[in-house]
Design a protein. Structure first.
Length: 131
């Protein structure tokens, strides 16, 4: 091995060390981004759940009174049992629609960290270009 080969390999070692340090820094940054983005998504899920539960509780109180009035009005022209069944089934359908909307807000699509995936894809593309 000649002295120029040895000198070249000595200059290559710090460059490789610098690349490794840059990769560690990049991965650390990506992990911080992932953590921040997941925290943001978690806060959104918690807020959605609070609104879902709070709205359901407030609406429930008013709904009970309104349904009693509706059943009483229907009982004027129908047997009481039929009026109660009609109102009961109607509210089950409405409740199912509300629950479905709440579940849609909590779907996995809304929880996936989009910024992280985009950033990681960009980093992989840059690394491939430089290697």
């Amino acid at each position: 091995m000649s002295s120029t080969d040895t000198a070249g390999s000595y200059r290559l070692a710090p460059a490789l060390g610098s690349v490794a340090a840059d990769l560690r820094q990049l991965l650390g940054g990506e992990m911080r981004l992932a953590r921040a983005e997941l925290d943001q998504k978690l806060h959104r899920v918690i807020l959605a759940a609070v609104f879902l539960v709070g709205g359901a509780l407030v609406a429930f109180a008013g709904l009970v009174v309104a349904l009693q009035g509706l059943a009483a009005a229907l009982a004027l022209v129908l047997p009481t049992w039929a009026a109660l069944l009609i109102v009961g089934f109607g509210i089950v359908i409405v409740g199912g629609l509300f629950a479905r909307s709440g579940l849609a807000m909590l779907s996995l699509k809304t929880l996936i960290p989009g910024h992280l995936a985009t950033s990681l894809a960009k980093d992989v593309r840059v690394l491939k270009e430089h290697i």
